[in-house]
Design a protein around this ligand. Sequence first.
Ligand code: GLN
Length: 500
Amino acid sequence: MSIINKTATEQLALLQSREITSVALTQAYLDRINQVDPAVGAFLRVESDTALTQAAEVDRKREAGESLGKLAGLPIAIKDILCTQNTPTTCGSKMLENFVPPYNATVVEKLFSADAVILGRTNMDEFAMGSSTENSAYHPTQNPWDTSRIPGGSSGGAAACIAADMAPLSIGTDTGGSIRQPAALCGCVGLKPTYGRVSRYGLIAFASSLDQIGPLARTVEDTALLMEVLAGHDSLDSTSVDTPVPPYSETVHQPLQNLRLGVVEQHFGKGIDPEIEGAVKQAIATYQSLGATIKNLEMPHADYGIATYYIIAPCEASSNLARYDGAHYGYRADQAEVAAELAEDGSDEGPLVRMYRKTRSEGFGSEVQRRIMLGTYALSEGYYDAFYLKALKVRRLIRQDYDNAFEQVDLIIGPVTANPAFVKGEKTSDPMTMYLEDLYTVTANLAGVAGISLPCGLTKNGLPIGLQLQAAAFQEEKLLRAAQMFQHATDFHLRRPELL
Ligand code: GLN
C-alpha cells in the first residue's frame, strides 16, 4: 500500500514516529499529481519547489527537536480564492490572472503556523459562482470517478484532488454548497462551518453574509483534524465569533448517546434520483440501528431557499465585485484598444468609463456577469423592496425554521444533491437547472448553520452519493461525532475511483 493511500491522521502518526519524512510524503503526492492531474485538472498551479522547501524545513525542525504545529509535515491543497503573500491568487478568473496578494489570509497563516506543506492551488468556478467547476476561466476539472462528468463546484478542484489521492487534505469555501456538493459528487468528506467559526480575512469575497471556509478530506477524522486548525476568532474579521474551539480531533471518536435526527419531508420530494433517495434512507436506518431516533420535521420555508439565495448572493456579489474596475488592481483593458474603440464608434463616453466597461466585459466570464446584472437589478430603486428586502425577510423565516427544528432534534439528516455527478456540458446552457443543484445546501448558508457531507453509497454506475448532516450554529463537534459514528459503521469512505 502506498503512503498516499493512508489517511492524513495515519500519515501524521508516521511523520511523528519518524517512519516517513515530510519530503518523501510531499514527493509522493507531487508524483501522483504528475501522473493523474493531466486527466483530472484539479490544480491551477502546483508549487513543487516551495512545497519541498517547506517539507524539508519541517523535517529539519523535527530532527532538531523543535516544537511543531498540529499538521506538521502534512501536504495540503488550497482553493485558489485565499490570498497568499507573494503567490498568485486568481479566484478562477481572468480578472485576477496576474494578481499577487501582498498579505496572507488568516487561514493560510494558520496553516503555516501548523507546519502544513502547501502543495498548490486548486481549480474553482470563477469567483466561486457555479456548481460544476465549468466556470473556471482556465480549464474545467473532471470527476475522478468518471472523467466525462463534472466534480461539482465551486470547490471542484478541492474535492477532486482528495478523491484522486492528490492531497490528503484540502480547503474549500461554501457560499451556497460549494464544499458539500463537490464533496458529495466526488465521494469525500466536506464541512461547511457555522458562519463566524472560521476567519474570512483574506478570502476573496463572493457573498459576504454567506461565505465560509472549510475543510475537505477523505475521512471524518481527517476533517476534524483540519477543522481544529482552521477554526477560531480573528480580530481581523469582525464577523468571526469568539467562542472556544473544541478539540475536534480528540472528541470525534466519542459516539453520541440518544441522538435525535430530523428528516425534512421536502428533501424527498419530486426530482430526487431514486438511487440517492434509497442510499440516504439506508443511512437513516443505519443511524437508527446505532440508537438514534428519527423525527419528521416541518420546514415550511425550505422550498424558498433557492429563490432567496439567488437574490441575496448576486446582490452581495454585485457590490463585492464592483472593486474590479481595472483601475485598482487585476486585469485592465488595453488603453490603445479603448482609444481605438472610442474613435471608431464616436461615443462621447469618456476613456475612463469605457476602460471600466471593457475591463469588466473582458475580465469576467458570462456567469459572473449574469450574477452582477441580477444583483444590480435587484438592488436598484423600485426593485429593492420587491426583491432584496423580500429575500431578507424570507431568509429570516428560513432561519426560524432551523431554530424550531433544533429545538426538537440534534441534527438534520438528508441528501446533499438530488442527482449524482452530471455529464460535462449538460447544464451549462441552462442556468436555472444548474442553480437547482444547490437545492439542499443553500438553506444552511442562509441560516448560518453548519453542515457536513459524507459518502453514503455509490450508484449502479459507480458514482458517489453524499449524505448531509446539519447542526445548529457552533455545533461542529456534534456534527463531526455523528458523522464519525456513521463512518465507523460503514465502509463507503474506503471506496476509491479506478483512475490510472
Ligand atoms: N453553486 C452555488 C452558486 O453558484 C454556490 C456556490 C458557492 O457555494 N460558492 O452560487
